[in-house]
Ligand binder design. Structure first.
Ligand SMILES: O=P(O)(O)O[C@@H]1[C@@H](OP(=O)(O)O)[C@H](OP(=O)(O)O)[C@H](O)[C@H](OP(=O)(O)O)[C@H]1OP(=O)(O)O
Ligand SMILES: Nc1ncnc2c1ncn2[C@@H]1O[C@H](COP(=O)(O)OP(=O)(O)OP(=O)(O)O)[C@@H](O)[C@H]1O
Length: 489
């Protein structure tokens, strides 16, 4: 990429999340990830070029030095911080504006600093072997938290029974973020049980929200529509997928063929998620793999061993998520200890690496954390660091990119579903591995209790857990969330 010859016509809108907007190159398998600011305080949040570059370099360092060793070399692409001509960025911002979903337009793209993160386009395969020249398919899954907390600090019994995602769904529905509940449960996806995993993916297809997308040849062909009322057209998706999964002469038609094609897709996704070169298994602890909100699978839970192939992408993500061993309820007092220490010794913020640098020593602090609290500031800081890393793993996305290939292509990573079916070559990556700010921990704590209280109120009207321990005192206002607060009596 020649930075002095950047032309906005070589780039197009690709997608965006809460914090960044992504454009892809029309010729090369590259994307640029640009930061976004809230329109409300765009004036105040401008960073100088140097500050923005440092911020993006911090993201690169964090991906490379912290997340890559934890998640695995082969899954993580840390990218490179780049400085772009301001003219190019401004033109690009104008060009992509009309493509942006309305729901994301509360933020504007950073057109002031000229800095961005340059990454490989993970919807493309770097070595595309396909002799048939069928464009690659890419499935993006944001799996969210895959375990139930077992921390003794958890005060609400429900958190040991129903997973955060399933409880959060009710909260999101009540606050208008989505119009329908998703039946997806992360615990099914992370279970390692192929039937439960297939069900989880079926539920993602049914209601993708921001957890599921499909790209064909780099173009998004399936995702949540901006108008949340519109149901996804599964038959249209099946039409796209048919050439990949049904033999060209197949006479199967209509609904039947859609079902077959989607089932094949689900099998490919499950195989890619479980693929590993390591024959060993990670056994999942029994208490953590059942979510009571995902009850239809009771039969599937009986007599099944839950394990993930060691080092498969789900195993790596789950292991990193579980660095949150205390739960936000157990972390809170440690966060307060750090806050008090920083108040007393503000200069120590940098030596404690609160905002980085995300170096080898930051990783060592996470990996060598004592199991017992000795009352020290070091222990508290390490647990806070661990929690933030776990948060990143709870919010990352998996990209599975597949292309058809003949047996004769002899690829390293070839996915065989059934010997008679087409072979796929594939790559699995993890994206969105930004550090989560230290300052967001109090928000996490409030959100956690808002989600749990809302769930208890909305799904269990005569809930004893609430009745026993709470009286209504007032409203907790956080941003737009307006939720009753219950204080212990
Ligand atoms: O808190 P959660 O679980 O709602 O996760 C947020 C995500 O919401 P979700 O529930 O996945 O729809 C949220 O996603 P959306 O904007 O809702 O698509 C962001 O990923 C947010 O991360 P960040 O603050 O932008 O770094 C995420 O916030 P973090 O908690 O990861 O900071
Ligand atoms: N390297 C990449 N290759 C292809 N597509 C990408 C890449 N990085 C990001 N994307 C696409 O852009 C979207 C937004 O990127 P990303 O998830 O990093 O944004 P974000 O603002 O950090 O998200 P969040 O809302 O989780 O904070 C992704 O969902 C994905 O579809």
């Amino acid at each position: 990429m020649e930075l002095d010859k950047m032309d906005e016509n070589d780039w197009k809108y690709h997608g965006e999340g809460n914090k960044s907007l992504v454009v892809s190159n029309v010729q090369h398998a590259r994307v640029l990830r640009l930061l976004k600011y809230s329109t409300e305080d765009a004036e105040n949040s401008h960073k100088t070029t140097e500050q923005a570059f440092r911020h993006i370099q911090n993201i690169v360092d964090y991906s490379q030095n912290v997340m890559k060793p934890l998640l695995g070399e082969k899954f993580v692409h840390n990218g490179e911080a780049v400085k772009l001509p301001l003219d190019f960025v401004r033109q690009l911002s104008l060009k992509v504006q009309q493509e942006r979903p309305e729901s994301r337009c509360d933020k504007v793209m950073d057109t002031f600093s000229g800095c961005a993160l340059c990454l490989p386009n993970l919807t493309q395969l770097s070595c595309c072997c396909s002799r048939e020249h069928r464009p690659p398919l890419c499935i993006e899954i944001k799996p969210k938290c895959g375990f139930l907390p077992s921390s003794r600090h958890v005060t609400k019994e429900i958190k040991h029974k129903v997973c955060r995602f399933c409880m959060h769904q009710h909260f999101k529905l009540a606050h208008g973020k989505w119009k329908r509940l998703s039946r997806y449960c992360p615990l099914d996806l992370f279970s390692g049980n192929k039937q439960r995993m297939s069900l989880a993916i079926k539920h993602l297809i049914e209601e993708p929200q921001n957890n599921f997308k499909i790209f064909k040849g780099g173009e998004c062909i399936y995702s949540c529509k901006d108008d949340a009322d519109v149901l996804q057209d599964v038959d249209e998706l099946a039409q796209h997928l048919r050439p990949y999964f049904l033999p060209s002469g197949s006479l199967m038609n209509g609904h039947q063929s859609s079902k077959v094609v989607l089932n094949e897709l689900i099998q490919v996704i499950v195989s890619a998620l479980l693929s590993s070169w390591d024959p060993r298994k990670t056994r999942l602890s029994e208490g953590r793999v059942r979510c009571e909100a995902s009850l239809p699978h009771r039969d599937l839970l009986r007599n099944t061993n839950h394990c993930l192939p060691k080092d498969c992408v789900l195993d790596k993500i789950l292991g990193t998520q579980m660095l949150d061993s205390l739960d936000i309820e157990g972390l809170n007092p440690l966060f307060k200890r750090v806050e008090q220490h920083l108040h007393d010794f503000p200069k120590e913020r940098s030596s404690l690496q609160i905002d980085g640098p995300y170096s080898q020593s930051f990783l060592e602090k996470i990996q060598n954390c004592p199991t017992e609290d000795d009352g020290s500031i070091e222990y508290a800081v390490r647990k806070v660091h661990q929690y933030r890393v776990a948060m990143t793993a709870k919010d990352c996305s998996i990209m599975i990119t597949i292309a058809t290939c003949g047996e004769e292509d002899g690829l390293d990573q070839s996915l065989e579903i059934q010997p008679s079916k087409p072979h796929f070559t594939y790559s699995v990556s993890i994206l969105d591995l930004d550090p989560k700010p230290y300052e967001s921990i109090p928000h996490q704590s409030r959100l956690d209790s808002n989600i749990v209280n809302h769930y208890l109120r909305s799904t269990l009207p005569n809930n004893q857990e609430l009745a026993n321990q709470s009286v209504f005192l007032g409203w907790d206002r956080e941003g737009e969330d307006c939720t009753l607060v219950f204080h212990p009596v």
